[in-house]
Design a protein around this ligand. Structure first.
Ligand SMILES: NC(=[NH2+])NCCC[C@H](N)C(=O)O
Ligand SMILES: [Mn+2]
Ligand SMILES: [Mn+2]
Length: 326
């Protein structure tokens, strides 16, 4: 590792990264987001982590497609689209993430749409509870809150619901529809903090308010600047808490990350996104990172815009894992 890098104090093997490549798009309707992990890897992300940041990488270098888990029929249930598929994939993913986190490794998950955070957070939360007897905190960087319940969602897309499921705000008994989520998988909502919000549904605003969830919108970033916002976000979590960073590339302004399924103007600059990741790295508390919603096939000028988005995604991940400017 570089000397300037901070080793996470909650990892027994901080030089080791468990990589999980999740080629999955079933949490929303647009194809192409499943191609992101291979695009990120082909552009050199894992090679950089290995050769420049000197990490030891574990896990499969092939992208998981989870085709064996797709049921023959998957009708909507409680207004959710592809509920059986998303449930089965995130359950399997939770076990993959868990097995890396259990070994005391940092876990890097390359999505895929944001529904996969049901699996990544469930896996991290369970492993950290078992290994350290601790609850994790989640920093959710996104234009969206992704905290709809099946009933509040207008779209029925599960990538708009992962926070509700993994925090127990959306409940379901049936094991084939997320009933596999048990208390050991759960995230406490007072250990959750959002950064970058600017497109939050009316039902989600109610949920955020009713549960007193800490959220920093783009308004807060304009008002206080990214430096103070990150400071306040980290203060909310407390400086002795393992952190899972879930970064939706659509938190960035479409100027920096145009190739994504639900772009919203007025977002973070790439530098602000990198700054969040650098700051989280510097806490020494990071235990897991997700990068989601890169969709290389969604771009007006396909190649140039897709490449920009992939480059932005790689930059965010490298910053979270300790690349520094000097
Ligand atoms: N991960 C995302 N990009 N989520 C977008 C969600 C959009 C909208 N709030 C919905 O529930 O459908
Ligand atoms: Mn989003
Ligand atoms: Mn999201």
């Amino acid at each position: 590792m570089n000397t300037s890098m901070v080793k996470s104090k909650f990892l027994s093997n901080p030089e080791d990264i468990g990589v999980v490549a999740v080629g999955f798009s079933g949490g929303q309707g647009k194809s192409g987001v499943d191609a992101a992990p291979s695009a990120l890897i082909e552009s050199g992300l894992l090679a950089q982590l290995q050769n420049e940041l000197n990490y030891k990488l574990h896990g499969d270098d092939k992208v998981n497609a989870y085709n064996d888990l797709v049921p023959k029929e998957d009708p909507p249930y409680r207004n959710m689209k592809n509920p059986g598929t998303v449930s089965a994939v995130t359950q399997r993913l939770s076990e993959q993430v868990y097995s890396h986190a259990k070994e005391g490794r940092m876990v890097l998950t390359l999505g895929g749409d944001h529904s996969i955070a049901i699996g990544t957070i469930a896996g991290t939360a369970k492993a950290i509870r078992e290994r350290l007897g601790r609850e994790i905190a989640v920093i959710w960087v996104d234009a969206h809150a992704d905290i709809n319940t099946p009933e509040t969602s207008d779209s029925g897309n599960i990538h708009g619901m992962p926070v509700a499921f993994v925090s127990g705000l959306a409940k379901e008994e049936k094991p084939e529809y997320f009933g596999w989520l048990k208390s050991e998988h759960m995230l406490n909502v007072n250990k959750l903090v959002y950064i970058g919000l600017r497109d939050v549904d009316a039902g989600e605003k109610k949920i955020l308010r009713a549960n007193g969830i800490k959220a920093f919108s783009m308004f807060d970033i304009d008002r206080y600047g990214i430096g103070r916002v990150v400071e306040m976000a980290l203060a909310h979590i407390g400086n002795d808490t393992p952190i899972h960073l879930s970064f939706d590339v659509d938190a960035l302004d479409p100027m920096w990350a145009p190739s994504t399924g639900t772009p919203v103007r007025g977002g973070l600059t790439l530098r602000e996104g990198d700054f969040i990741c650098e700051s989280v790295h510097l806490t020494g508390n990071l235990v897991a990172v997700d990068l989601v919603e890169v969709n290389p096939s969604l771009a007006a000028d396909r190649e140039a815009e897709a490449n920009e988005t992939i480059r932005a995604g790689c930059s965010l991940v490298r910053c979270a894992l300790g690349e520094s400017l000097l």
